[in-house]
Design a protein around this ligand. Structure first.
Ligand code: GCO
Ligand code: MN
Ligand code: MN
Length: 377
């Protein structure tokens, strides 16, 4: 029997947020089109498809108003499903954006009472993560932004943000949790502008924290694209600083609303270079999909979305393997190296003409990659 190269295995470490396959298709122009899926159903179905784990916001599992008895019952039931279907929870995050309390931000709200509430909520989410065995806590500051810069000094907002993250690292240290924080940048949506919009700005902010060692980034492909940036370069900078703690895989067209498209479904060359970077760099964290099915889909389409996300990653991974073993591509890469290492050793008046005239052979390489991705090699 031919084995399916694109069949996901547990050791591929694919994970999905409860909110991704659970997305009900609501948008600013129309209501939900799908029923709510129980977290335990999601665990079961994703496990059957070959996923490794599940991630969640505190409130994807536990309603804001749950009593502590209800909370414990829900967590127990969820843990039972995880055990039964052999699934893990590598990452937990906190919802600091849905409730109207957070309309002016959470850690950066102008109201000290809201800031304190947000920090306490995040601490409880960290405790939940610990209980579920997570080692990564993602903080996505979706409401940490502004429309009216006259209303609050952005320097105050950054100081409050810093205070919030410092309190969380202190919480993790004092409880002796084996947990790290990954900050997720996004340029806009839902706020007009969000503070710390790129990987670079997050990395520089991390350098100002009390416990920088415990904090890294969770880059998202779509967020880089929304800012017109190249996600490959964003992710590379995180890797360069040993700060790629987690990653959100999806896709996005430039100059659109936040689309959360299925990973690798839109920008095929871009996705290839992302997978190449992750594989070549030896990234061994979870491969986390943060996207959602098209609004046109019913339940069957939801599971096709999940299956397709993982198959695409494996397909791109196979293309990366082919890239490294393709004789003609290796030949062009060798030629590029040779062109750079031979020729006059210095650029001076006697070699100016050489350095001005020489080519770099990138056209050939790019065409070979295009043909590889088109399945023509
Ligand atoms: C978005 C974000 C979120 C976060 C999630 C985890 O654009 O809405 O990507 O999906 O990743 O809240 O913190
Ligand atoms: Mn996003
Ligand atoms: Mn995300």
């Amino acid at each position: 029997m031919a084995t399916d190269k694109l069949a996901p295995q547990k050791d591929d470490h694919f994970t999905f947020g409860l909110w991704t396959v659970g997305n009900r298709g609501r948008d600013p122009f129309g209501d939900a089109v799908r029923d709510t899926l129980a977290p335990t159903t999601i665990v079961r179905e994703l496990s059957k498809l070959g996923a490794y784990g599940i991630t969640l916001h505190d409130n994807d599992l536990i309603p804001m108003e749950a009593t502590s008895a209800e909370r414990d019952r829900i967590v127990n039931e969820f843990r039972k499903a995880l055990d039964e279907f052999g699934m893990v929870v590598p990452m937990v995050t906190v919802n600091l954006f849905y409730d109207p309390i957070f309309k002016d931000g959470a850690f950066t709200s102008s109201a000290p009472a809201v800031r304190r509430f947000a920090i306490d909520k995040a601490k409880r989410a960290i405790d939940l993560g610990q209980e579920l065995g997570a080692h990564i806590f993602v903080v996505w500051g979706g409401r940490e932004g502004a429309e009216v810069d006259g209303a609050k000094d952005p320097r105050d907002a950054l100081a409050w943000y810093r205070e919030g993250i410092n309190t969380l690292t202190e919480h993790i240290r004092s409880r002796r949790y084996d947990m790290r924080i990954a900050l997720e940048p996004k340029p806009n949506e839902p706020r007009g502008d969000i503070y710390l919009p790129t990987v670079g700005s997050m990395l520089s902010f991390i350098g100002t924290l009390d416990d920088a060692e415990l904090v890294g980034v969770n880059p998202e492909i779509a967020h880089a694209k929304m800012a017109g940036l190249n996600p490959v370069h964003e992710i590379a900078q995180a890797i360069d600083q040993n700060k790629l703690f987690h990653i959100d895989l999806n896709d996005q067209r430039i100059a659109r609303f936040d689309q959360d498209l299925r990973f690798g479904s839109d920008d095929i060359k871009g996705a290839f270079y992302i997978v190449k970077l992750l594989e070549d760099s030896g990234y061994d964290g979870p491969l986390h999909f943060d996207a959602h099915p098209y609004r046109t889909e019913d339940a069957e389409g939801v599971w096709e979305f999940a299956r397709g996300s993982m198959r695409s990653y494996l397909g791109y991974r196979e293309k990366v393997r082919q890239f490294h073993t393709d004789a003609e591509i290796s030949g062009v890469l060798a030629r590029i190296r040779e062109l750079n290492e031979t020729g006059p050793a210095v650029v001076d008046s006697s070699s100016l003409a050489y350095w001005r005239e020489r080519g770099y052979a990138y056209e050939k390489l790019d065409q070979l990659v295009t043909e590889l991705l088109l399945g023509l090699r």
